[in-house]
Design a protein around this ligand. Structure first.
Ligand SMILES: [Zn+2]
Length: 699
């Protein structure tokens, strides 16, 4: 299977003489995606590690998938907001940028922004945004040093007029921001096949191989040391294209110098200690964003070595993480460190988008549906709740039971003085999230579909989109329209367009929460299947074929910290709908921001019988259709649930949060409740800013 390789349009900067090389690279890329990756991986060097295994699924090129419906609306909002314009409104990127050869910021934030702006530009096929991001890509590609080193001009280079060589590697600068730029270039290459990228990366990785003994990955920052798996990921991707044996040695060397996430995940003591300690000792190993990025480490090591112990490490580590630090919206606490599972802890936006990116790769390498379900849960619940409608402001930390958004110290493990971590602002909290948040929705879009090793397609995550790709033994270009308003709707239609009959497998994931899915082919029942599996439809497809997948969404409850209960339906968790009062503030250093309060009462406990029989006791109402104009906010919530509840008069705000009421062993709140039973309305968590999601249970 290959993507739309024939859609490459040479940019004006490409010289005609490059055409031949371009064709060569396109051909190699084609081979890679045509499923030959498995045989390629067996041709390793004879040195350890030798057992590179084929991934269960491969990523499709960036321009293979076109967002539609509400997802297109979301990406358009981002294009019109900061993703499309951060370089115009944010001084660090705007002023004399280091990644354009200037003396300004040359660390992580420009690559962070590009890591989302590049996929956005190609997913939307936006000429203006493509031209904008290309400036930074061109500068990096055109200013690689003869040694292979790249990135902003170093202080030493500026002072001496010399260039960093392998012998003078200590005059280079931090490896970390370059890891992000590699991710940017990888995505750019899948969209354009620009022939400059592969030689550039080969040269840089050769430089790394020559210099890492003298200038190890942690030489400049622990950030680089804790995030080495991102470097390895791109090295191994390049190996899939060039089969250059030294790349496997480099990846192995990077692993030996980086944080040993896989060992920690397997050993378990690390995650338990992180639940017990929030002090300054070894905090980088508990830092939520580092952990989020570390999730991919076992998958990357498994891919390179074929050692199944890494699959166990991933399974154990992820399960432990979500058990000890998990929150109802599908993420772990990260404020900034791992901080237990109380619904009053915070989660950093960077931790969400980095966890998503890690899982997108864990999904490809392992083919394990657990990571697909986990990815959808954080994408459809945690992600949309943390940004404003216009994608210009965000919270550094969101809280599950967030009864107000405001300035304050809260119970975060980084209570820095200004207290701006919870407010919605562009420059509030640390600014990493403002630069990094753009990779969330964009990469989720580009990972809706994967290629199968036998030249088919796999719909592993769902949202409205259209995919065009080459499938089957003759590489026939087919288009599949995925028509749905998932995650709000339980029905997904796949409409196939093909110029001729073509045999290929179509994989479709059945989410774990679905008791029994019904699959219909051209109006005829095809099969029924339980959740937590992937169905494979092997068939000769014809023009106009239609597969309809019905994923009945039942109302269920789940158990969280302090005997709290969460109401769920399908991929969404539901939170108490509360009127919002937005209040603008101004901070001298961190600029304009918003507090959000509610005038509604929020101190409800769910009635015991609702929790025991949610299918019967909770009513579901479809409020409005989901269109391209959809925005994740209370006025657009497409679905409302109604459930019986009682107020708990003593449940009050303490230190800006609502500490969970104490319950007895049977899970019930034993204190005083109001006599009156009331029907409360719940809406999708992602549509809320202030809310209760983890409810106490009352008689
Ligand atoms: Zn951040």
């Amino acid at each position: 299977m290959a993507g739309q390789l024939n859609t490459f349009n040479p940019s004006p900067h490409l010289k005609a003489s490059r055409t031949l090389r371009l064709k060569t690279f396109s051909f190699i890329f084609f081979l890679l995606l045509a499923g030959s990756i498995s045989s390629a991986y067996s041709q390793t060097t004879g040195q350890k590690p030798t057992k590179m295994v084929s991934a269960k699924y491969s990523e499709v090129p960036l321009n293979t998938i076109k967002p539609k419906g509400w997802l297109l609306g979301q990406l358009n909002i981002m294009r019109n907001g900061t993703t499309g314009h951060l370089d115009e409104v944010y001084d660090k990127i705007k002023n004399d940028n280091g990644w354009l050869g200037g003396k300004g910021d040359g660390w992580e934030e420009t690559p962070y922004w590009l890591d989302g702006a590049v996929p956005l530009a190609y997913l939307l096929d936006d000429r203006e945004l493509k031209a904008k991001v290309l400036k930074y890509i061109d500068w990096s590609l055109d200013n690689q040093r003869p040694s292979g080193y790249f990135g902003p001009i170093t202080k030493w280079e500026r002072e001496t007029g010399k260039k960093v060589t392998a012998d003078s590697c200590m005059m280079g600068e931090d490896w970390w921001p370059k890891m992000v730029m590699l991710k940017v270039l990888q995505q750019y290459y899948t969209a354009t096949s620009d022939p400059r990228v592969i030689p550039f990366m080969s040269k840089y990785f050769n430089y790394q191989l020559q210099t890492l003994q003298n200038c190890p990955v942690g030489k400049w920052t622990e950030w680089a040391q804790s995030r080495g798996a991102d470097n390895m990921l791109v090295v191994q991707w390049l190996y899939g294209i060039t089969r250059e044996p030294s790349l496997l040695r480099l990846s192995s060397l990077l692993q030996s110098q980086s944080f040993t996430w896989s060992d920690w995940f397997f050993g378990r003591d690390w995650v338990i200690q992180a639940a017990a300690q929030q002090n300054g000792e070894r905090w980088m190993t508990r830092h939520g964003v580092n952990v989020a990025m570390g999730i991919k480490d076992p998958a990357v090591q498994y891919h390179r070595t074929g050692d199944k112990k890494y699959l166990d490490a991933l399974h154990t580590g992820f399960n432990d993480l979500m058990t000890l630090h998990g929150l109802p919206f599908g993420m772990f606490s990260s404020d900034e460190d791992l901080h237990g599972n109380a619904p009053t802890q915070g989660t950093e936006l960077c931790a969400i988008v980095e966890s998503m990116f890690s899982l997108e790769h864990a999904v490809a390498i392992t083919g394990d549906t657990r990571y697909m379900d986990a990815l959808e849960r954080m994408t459809f619940n945690a992600l949309p709740a943390q940004t404003t409608d216009d994608y210009n402001s965000k919270q550094y930390f969101q809280i599950a039971n967030q009864v107000n958004i405001k300035r304050g110290v809260f119970t975060f493990s980084l209570p820095f003085e200004r207290g701006m971590n919870n407010v919605l602002g562009m420059r509030s909290g640390y600014t990493c999230c403002l630069a990094n948040m753009h990779q969330g929705w964009t990469k989720f879009t580009s990972h809706l579909w994967y290629a199968t090793p036998d030249k088919g397609l796999a719909a592993l995550h769902f949202s409205p989109n259209q995919v065009s790709a080459k499938v089957g033994k003759d590489n026939t270009m087919v288009t599949i329209d995925e028509v749905t308003s998932y995650p709000f709707s339980d029905k997904i239609e796949f409409n196939v367009s093909t110029p001729k009959e073509v045999a290929f497998p179509l994989h479709i994931r059945i989410p774990v929460w679905c008791r029994e899915a019904a699959v219909v082919l051209n109006g005829q029942p095809l099969q029924k299947e339980k959740g937590g599996k992937i169905i494979i439809i092997n068939r000769t497809w014809k023009q106009g074929d239609k597969v309809t997948v019905q994923l009945p969404m039942e109302v269920t409850t789940s158990n969280w910290a302090s005997n709290s209960r969460v109401i769920e339906r399908g991929p969404l968790v539901y939170a108490l709908k509360l009127k919002e009062r937005w209040e603008k503030g101004m901070d001298e250093k961190e600029g304009e921001y918003y507090n959000v309060f509610t005038t509604d009462d929020w101190n409800y406990g769910l009635i015991d019988s609702v929790v025991k029989h949610p299918g019967k006791a909770v009513s579901v109402k479809e409020i409005k259709p989901v269109t391209e104009n959809f925005v994740w906010n209370i006025s657009n919530a497409p679905i409302e649930l109604q459930a019986w509840a009682r107020k708990i008069p003593d449940w009050k705000i303490v230190n800006d949060v609502a500490p969970q009421p104490v319950t007895a062993r049977d899970g019930l709140y034993m204190g005083k409740t109001e006599d009156k039973m009331e029907q409360v309305t719940l809406i999708p968590y992602g549509c809320t800013k202030v809310r209760i999601v983890a409810f106490p249970v009352v008689k």
